[in-house]
Design a protein around this ligand. Structure first.
Ligand SMILES: Nc1ncnc2c1ncn2[C@@H]1O[C@H](COP(=O)(O)OP(=O)(O)OP(=O)(O)O)[C@@H](O)[C@H]1O
Ligand SMILES: [Mg+2]
Length: 210
């Protein structure tokens, strides 16, 4: 079983959007997935409540319970656990990073998001875990993307080569309890998630079943 933690100390960077979309991608690939929602606002849990399917399983919890939940997930045959964290929560984010095989830091191409990366990088290095950044909500055109990529590289962070575009499908799908792979399977957002999920699987050494 592999564990991924989504961390960004800046609110609204895309942690929950990415967590839920990757969780559905995992299930569609035949990987049994559990999402641990550490955010007291419980957005991931709220998404599961509006959803018709019972998978992926979403568990709302406090950080102190992470190891217990991971143990239970393992006993129930989970292949992958995705931990969604709250912003401005250094200690919970650190516990999530410690439990993870990989820390993913989503970041929008804005100066405030880019500045906030430093704290997330520190958390991953305190936890002694590999961390990668992913650029989220990239506008269709402009020099912003290249500037943002350069800023991220300056932290010495590897960047997932595929970005998430700024797309309405990410917003609308979650509103109706779905992910982009279900809402618009042949759309660009779905393609992005699919390729990011495959990249992550290669990175953490998880075999794709389909
Ligand atoms: N690629 C995208 N395209 C369009 N909208 C997006 C994209 N990614 C995220 N959003 C929107 O941005 C907002 C913040 O995203 P999300 O809730 O995933 O961030 P978060 O990091 O989990 O926020 P928080 O720190 O508050 O938990 C949401 O309204 C979401 O729908
Ligand atoms: Mg969130």
């Amino acid at each position: 079983m592999k564990t991924i933690a989504l961390i960004s100390q800046k609110g609204g960077a895309g942690k929950t959007t990415l967590a839920l979309n990757l969780a559905v991608a995992a299930e569609l690939h035949g990987h049994s997935c559990v999402v641990i929602d550490l955010d007291p606002q419980a957005s991931a849990m709220g998404w599961q409540d509006t959803r018709e399917k019972e998978t992926p399983v979403v568990i709302s919890a406090q950080a102190v319970r992470i190891s217990e939940i991971l143990q239970t997930a393992k006993e129930h045959g989970a292949d992958i656990v995705i931990i969604d964290t709250a912003p401005h929560s250094d200690s919970a984010a650190l516990q999530a990073a410690r439990a993870a095989d990989l820390v993913i830091i989503p970041c929008k191409p804005s100066i405030l998001d880019l500045r906030a990366i430093a704290t997330s990088v520190d958390i991953a290095s305190m936890a002694k875990k590999p961390a990668v950044a992913i650029l989220n909500s990239v506008p269709p055109r402009g020099s912003l993307t290249e500037e943002a990529l350069e800023a991220i590289r300056s932290y010495g962070l590897e960047i997932i080569p595929e970005h998430l575009g700024q797309r309405a499908a990410f917003v609308h799908s979650l509103t109706v309890g779905q992910a982009v792979l279900e809402y618009e399977p042949s759309g660009k957002a779905a393609q992005e998630i699919e390729s990011i999920y495959k990249w992550i699987c290669r990175f953490i050494g998880m075999k794709l079943k389909s």
